[in-house]
Design a protein around this ligand. Structure first.
Ligand code: 2P0
Length: 325
């Protein structure tokens, strides 16, 4: 058994969003989602299983993490230990590669990298599809970070068949400009936010119905390499998700004034004949889906409102892979 492995996983941005669970224990979503894996933002994680360790240890960016964070990692590693029928404890060392000041640390890349490294270190030999079901139980969005390009997370019928499927490598002039908007205080966490929305928002059933159609439509747009349609569906789906939160009790929103500035900037670019479309997640950052060949032009327009360090251009990223020394 190798007992040690290091894996890189990239984060992903959902174009058709995951927002709500039908089973909170197993992280089963209310609807299928579809994302784009990003090249620029990723996590490298090394896992060493060692019989000399009395407990699990977790280091993030070189700093040992406290009990709460370590427990989360232990609980996740328990899934792999159960599969291997071992009680071995592990040392986990993660480095988040996120451009400074962006505030874009992601549980998607974190749990996908940890899943990949645990799988290799224990010699489990899980195939990527099965591995994505493990990643899912760390964080829903991590399901999709196993693969590169456009990825669908099929909602499935149970824990075994709710997994990610690669859809397309996104190698047809697809890019993203991330607008890192300043965040004042930590908002409602996505886990709490989606739960509140599912339980209280009268708009929620309509969201689920509409997301089912959106996923079919976006896959047709990807198959046809129709960028405009891809963007239109992406932007509309994200807006609908944020709409469900306004209907929750109590209502909440992740938007900041600068989020609106970014949305308006994208709209103005479209009027000038440069197609680009926005999507937002559980935070104020705005992600602009664009043609990679036009990303610099789009960034220049955003520079009128945002400083250079807040604007990140990225191309599509790859799936998880082992890093060898
Ligand atoms: C997504 N988000 O599809 C959606 C869109 C945020 C908005 O997945 O509870 O950290 O760990 O499964 O994956 C963020 O939620 O939530 C997320 P858990 P996760 O990317």
């Amino acid at each position: 058994m190798p007992n040690k492995a290091c894996v890189r996983a990239h984060t992903n941005i959902a174009l058709i969003k995951y927002w709500g669970k039908r089973d909170e224990t197993n992280f089963l979503p209310m609807n299928s989602s579809l994302s784009l894996t990003l090249d620029k933002l990723y996590t490298d994680t090394m896992v060493v299983f060692d019989e000399a360790l009395p407990q699990d240890f977790f280091y993030l960016n070189g700093e040992q993490q406290g009990e709460k964070e370590t427990q989360k990692i232990s609980k996740f590693l328990d899934l792999f230990r159960a599969e291997k029928k071992t009680a071995l404890r592990a040392r986990v060392e993660s480095i988040n590669h996120v451009p400074t000041a962006a505030g874009l640390a992601s549980s998607a890349s974190a749990f996908a990298a940890l899943a990949g490294a645990a799988n290799l270190a224990l010699g489990l030999d899980l195939d990527p599809q099965r591995l994505s079901t493990f990643a899912r139980r760390g964080s829903g969005s991590a399901t999709r970070s196993i693969y590169g390009g456009f990825v669908e997370w099929d909602m499935g019928t149970c824990s075994d068949d709710s997994f990610a499927v690669p859809v397309d490598d996104a190698g047809w002039d697809i890019g993203m400009v991330i607008v890192a908007v300043n965040q004042k205080a930590k908002e409602v966490s996505s886990r709490i936010g989606m739960k509140r929305t599912v339980e209280t928002s009268p708009f929620y059933p309509a969201w689920v119905e509409s997301a089912k159609k959106d996923i079919l439509d976006i896959k047709a747009a990807i198959a046809a390499k129709d960028f405009i349609r891809l963007g239109e569906i992406t932007e509309a789906n994200g807006m609908k998700m944020h709409g469900t939160m306004l209907g929750a009790e109590p209502p909440f929103s992740y938007w900041e004034p600068d989020s609106i500035v970014a949305i308006k900037t994208a709209q103005a670019l479209r009027k000038q004949g440069i197609p680009c479309y926005v999507t937002m997640d559980a935070g104020p950052n705005v992600k602009v889906l664009c043609r990679l060949s036009q990303a610099e032009t789009i960034k220049a327009a955003f520079l009128e409102h945002f400083t250079e360090d807040k604007l990140i251009i990225t191309k599509p990223g790859k799936g998880i892979r082992e890093l060898t020394e």
